[in-house]
Write a protein that binds this ligand. Structure first.
Ligand SMILES: C[S@@+](CC[C@H](N)C(=O)[O-])C[C@H]1O[C@@H](n2cnc3c(N)ncnc32)[C@H](O)[C@@H]1O
Length: 299
């Protein structure tokens, strides 16, 4: 992969800052040894600022590397999101919440638009979500289908015991084992699966449930949401999708990380390296790092 001018500039700045940092440490050492002492407070403040700048540059260069990696996969340079869109209405405030709900509504409309395209183009296959929790997204997707009179099987896979243990170095340190446990019967009741035989919830850990009936009998998938949060969960989902995700299908990653070495991006990167011939169209990414892709080509 060739680097870009932005990344090159950041790397050069980082190297220069490191040289400056080393020089300052030398100066500080010499001054400490000098007879009569020195203005240590100023020097130490300078050193602190130098360290802060260094951390900031490291962060920026990590972003630049991520952006290059993303462009390599999806042909688009997407800046790493790091800002709340309404800076005066922070998250958790009444107007901030309204902004967030507005964005959620926009995402639901977007999902409807994509489902409409699947119908218009006659793309066959089921809707599948990996990681359902209480079934919010399954409810949204089924609501669209019912309102529009479209028929597709809808599958939800979950342990219903919450997340398996995250792995250090492979997952961001924000989740814990058992998080998002939702009682199976309660989720069934919420989704009213008894009256909706086209919605099926399958209980079990992905590495087991996706390798046996009824999962193995699902032949074609037109819309897949990977929402299991963790790297290993995503590895299982992608392996399962490989023979089933049809050309033209929508693939959604709900927990995209802005770092290709962890979580869903890592699983995707490895899967793609091991499975040549897949091409994806980038459709969109929202504030919550939900990444929407369309399968352009598959082997
Ligand atoms: C963030 S929640 C999903 C939220 C859900 N999509 C919604 O619409 O609200 C993540 C879910 O993934 C499930 N999960 C993660 N890894 C799993 C695995 N390996 N096997 C089974 N379930 C898993 C957890 O049980 C949890 O319910």
């Amino acid at each position: 992969m060739s680097s870009t001018p932005i990344a090159d500039a950041i790397y050069l700045q980082l190297r220069a800052l490191e040289a400056e940092h080393r020089q300052m440490q030398e100066t500080l050492k010499a001054l400490r040894a000098a007879p009569g002492g020195a203005d240590f407070a100023t020097l130490e403040a300078l050193q602190k600022e130098n360290a802060r700048l260094r951390a900031e540059l490291a962060r920026l260069s990590q972003h630049a590397r991520y952006e290059e990696w993303f462009e390599r996969h999806f042909g688009i340079r997407l800046p790493t999101p790091n800002t709340w869109p309404f800076t005066t209405f922070g998250p958790g405030t009444p107007w901030g919440d309204k902004a967030a709900f507005g964005l959620q509504d926009a995402e639901i409309l977007f999902a409807e638009h994509l489902l409409e395209q699947l119908e218009a183009e006659g793309i066959p296959g089921a809707i599948v979500e990996f990681g359902t929790y209480y079934g919010h997204w399954l409810q949204v997707l089924d609501g669209i289908l019912e309102r529009r009179g479209w028929r597709r099987d809808i599958w939800g896979f979950d342990s219903f015991e919450g997340l398996p243990p995250p792995q250090e170095g492979l997952d961001p340190g924000v989740w814990q084992a058992g998080q998002y446990a939702a009682p199976y019967e309660e989720v069934q009741a919420r989704l009213r699966t008894a009256e909706r035989p086209w919605i099926r919830l399958v209980k079990g850990w992905f590495h087991e449930s996706l390798r046996q009936e009824p999962a193995v009998s699902i032949r074609e998938i037109a819309y897949a949401r990977i929402d299991g949060d963790l790297y290993a969960s995503c590895v299982e989902c992608l392996a399962y999708l490989t023979p089933r995700l049809v050309k033209g299908a929508i693939l959604v990653f709900d927990d995209w990380q802005f770092d290709p070495t962890i979580g869903e991006p890592r699983a995707f990167d490895e899967w793609r390296a091991a499975n040549p011939g897949w091409e994806f169209e980038f459709l969109g990414m929202n504030l919550w790092a939900h990444l929407y892709l369309r399968v352009k080509a598959r082997p």
